[in-house]
Write a protein that binds this ligand. Structure first.
Ligand SMILES: [Zn+2]
Length: 297
């Protein structure tokens, strides 16, 4: 089974400029990707929780010119347990679902929430309850729109995320597994990296891959030019550059038929299609190798 392989459009790199969106899509297509992941915030499609219809149409017209499939990434800071501005979180989430449907994307990635209060003393447990409740409601909207919400692991392990997805219990709310995030967490907190992947596999509908050295935190890294020489943080390197045991990861993922998005740091996109082609080629090869070895075993 051949998995589709994609690259992400970097939100900060295009920064609302649709000419730059076009430019990066051209590069991605030239590099031979099957899929591009579009950041809804990177194309200025939402204002104060409202989807801009004509803007969305403009984006859709650009996307139509490329021979690519699309998935959508919600704003990185969208957070269903941010109680400073709770109302707007839901609105932006709903607008992101509608944006995905408008551009024909079936997957919407949402970073799992991180408790942020404005002093009302909401506990972690209460916040989880609320996030489960919100995701259930948003899951109903997603289902109507033909979209699957994929909750991405950042500041917890996959085991925790599985519990949440089970509690939501909707076909339209599943997991986006980011192996780079789980590797950093597993290394720094000292839990097993590969076992949770097996456990989460039935719930995984989307995957982010890139490489790092299992040091630091999945967020808030030092400036990249300082972090890169030290190998610290969520470096978003091409697969094979870091220490994530991807052969074992792809063996564990045998049977997964979804998309792999190679989420690279923007400097690798600047290197142009040749660099991206090589990174995609290495990834395809590694996946194929792991799967054929698994079959033979
Ligand atoms: Zn990711």
């Amino acid at each position: 089974m051949e998995n589709k392989i994609g690259l992400n459009i970097h939100s900060g790199r295009i920064d609302g400029d649709l000419k730059l969106l076009k430019r990066d899509l051209e590069t991605i297509q030239q590099a031979g990707a099957d899929v591009a992941e579009i950041p809804v915030h990177g194309v200025d499609a939402i204002v104060n929780g409202h989807l801009r219809k004509s803007r969305t149409q403009k984006v859709r017209n650009i996307l139509r010119d490329f021979d690519l499939e699309y998935t959508v990434h919600a704003p990185d800071r969208l957070n269903l347990v941010d109680f400073e501005y709770p109302e707007i979180q839901r609105k932006v989430f709903a607008a992101s679902i509608r944006f995905a449907a408008e551009i024909g994307a079936k997957i919407l990635v949402y970073h799992q929430g991180r408790l942020k209060t404005n002093g009302q003393g909401v506990t972690e447990d209460e916040a989880r309850e609320i996030e489960i409740d919100e995701l259930t409601d948003l899951g109903h909207l997603a289902e109507q729109e033909g979209v699957t919400i994929c909750v991405e692991n950042i500041h917890s392990g996959l085991v925790h995320l599985v519990k949440m997805i089970k509690a939501v219990g909707e076909d339209s709310v599943k997991i986006c597994s980011d192996f780079a995030h789980s590797y950093i967490n597993a290394c720094t907190l000292g839990y097993d990296f590969l076992r949770p992947i097996q456990m989460a596999k039935p719930f995984i509908r989307h995957v982010h891959v890139n490489d790092n050295f299992g040091k630091g935190k999945p967020e808030s890294a030092p400036p990249y030019i300082e972090a890169m020489p030290m190998g610290i943080g969520d470096l978003h390197l091409p697969v094979g550059w870091g220490t994530i045991p991807y052969k074992e990861v792809f063996e564990a993922m045998t049977g997964y038929s979804g998309i792999y998005i190679l989420e690279l740091q923007e400097r690798f996109v600047e290197d142009g299609p040749a660099m991206l082609k090589e990174a995609l080629g290495d990834l395809r090869e590694l996946i194929a190798q792991a799967q054929s070895e698994k079959k033979e075993a």
